[in-house]
Structure formats: structure tokens, C-alpha cells
Design a protein around this ligand. Sequence first.
Ligand code: NAP
Length: 239
Amino acid sequence: MTILLLGGTGEARALAALLREQGREVIASLAGVTRKPEDYGVPTRIGGFGGAEGLSAWIDQNRITCLIDATHPFARRMPFNAAAAAERSGIPRLRLLRPEWPPGPDWRQFDDLEAACRALSPPDRVLVTTGREDLAPFVKRPEIQFWIRTIEPLGPLPGHMHPITARPPFPLDHERELMRRHRITHLLTKNSGGSRAKLDAAEALGLTIMMIRRPAPPGGPVAHDLGSVVAWIKETVAS
Ligand code: NAP
């Protein structure tokens, strides 16, 4: 069997290593958004497929027998393309989604960045860790100070948007120091799950936590850890 692993997350990389150890044939796929993607240790292709149709054609050409979608919980398009392509090509598909953080009692939760930004007012000082995709809601609020953390550097920004370029992991001490240094009052993040360091630091410093809710995944099987993926692959092979 040949497994297509849609990556872009730490879990995808860990899964690639685990499956390789188990002697499975895996091809990893990355969107190509980071300039220096981390090594998956398995054959890796980079770049979009051209929508669900393109992905289905690629699956057929490369004789893929099952698909594991380990893209980020906030990846909006790829999980739906993966679902449609797997159905079209008649192969089984599994979504790997790391568990969400359970909501804290004082969290303010929002469906999108626009709504979160509307809830801010001066003199709020906001650490933003929601990624680089959608900066427009911050541009529209020049009276608020934003520190925007991304892995890849951002282009020129207006004066009220301060870039921070850094690659995770970010330990608790690092997060606390960063928040203190910039006198941050609000942490604006999305419920990606994984390390809680920034949440713990924000809570310890008494900051307001503003959380973007996860988008709903497509229907179909979901695994929350690597062990469940391995079990699903065994079942899939057996059937
Ligand atoms: P997206 O909206 O779901 O994807 C946009 C397009 O990028 C897709 O339609 C697809 O192009 C291509 N693509 C995405 N993942 C791919 C993969 N693993 N292999 C090949 N092509 C892929 O996702 P996004 O939010 O732009 O994120 C892009 C990548 O960064 C994803 O792999 C995701 O896991 C990772 N990431 C996203 C976030 C986030 O917060 N959104 C955070 C960390 C990492 P085609 O339609 O042409 O195939």
C-alpha cells in the first residue's frame, strides 16, 4: 500500500517518521508555504494539486491506496479537497486532528478575526498568533497596537502592527518574557491545540485570552493521536 500524507503540522512529521519505522510506504505532501520546510524523512512533494480534481488525478497516477489528512486544524480548503478527492478516487481517508484546548472560564471566543478585532478598544496591546493569512482586520484598527508573530517574515506593515518572526517551540518562560516586554494586555490566538505555553503565560499574567473557534471538519473518520492512525491503517489494510 502507498499512503499519501498531507502535512504541514508537527504531528504529520511525527507520523511520517513512525510509519517509516513501521516499514510503510509513505509520500508526504506540503503546500509549500514555508521557505525551508522541515524534513519529513520520506519522499516529499511540494505545492498544490489544483483542487480536488487535481488531487484525485494525482492519487490515481501515483497508485495511492489511502490518504491521511494531517493538515492544520485551521486549514480551510485542503480537508474538503481531500475528502472530495478520496471519494472520487475510491480510497479511504482519515483526518488527523490534534485535540482542541478545552475553553478556559474567562476566554472570549469568536468565529473569526473580524469579530475579535471589533471587540478591541484602545489602549489594548495585542499579541496575535493566528498566522499570516488574514491581516486585513488588524490593518482596519490603527488605534490598537498589535504584535503579530509568524514563522515567515511579513512584508512592510503599518506602524501599529509590529512583526515578530520566530519558529516554535516557544517555552513558557519565553512567552512570559515576550508578553511582559511588550506590555501585552490581550492574547489573540486560535484553538489549534498542542502546546499550552502561551495560554499558561497569558493566564499567569492576567491577560485577556481571545480565542478563534475551529472550523468544522468534513464528515468522515477523525483520529486525535498517532496510535489511532496506526490502528486505522491496520484495519484499512485488513479490509
Ligand atoms: P488551505 O486553505 O486548506 O489550503 C490552501 C491550498 O494550499 C489548498 O487548496 C491546496 O492547493 C494547497 N495545500 C494545502 N495543504 C497542502 C498540502 N499538504 N499539500 C499540497 N497542497 C496543499 O490551507 P492553508 O491554511 O492555506 O495552509 C497551507 C498549509 O499550511 C497546510 O498544509 C496547513 O496544514 C499548513 N498550516 C496552516 C495553518 C493555518 O492556520 N491555516 C497553520 C499551520 C500550518 P490545491 O487546491 O492547488 O491543491
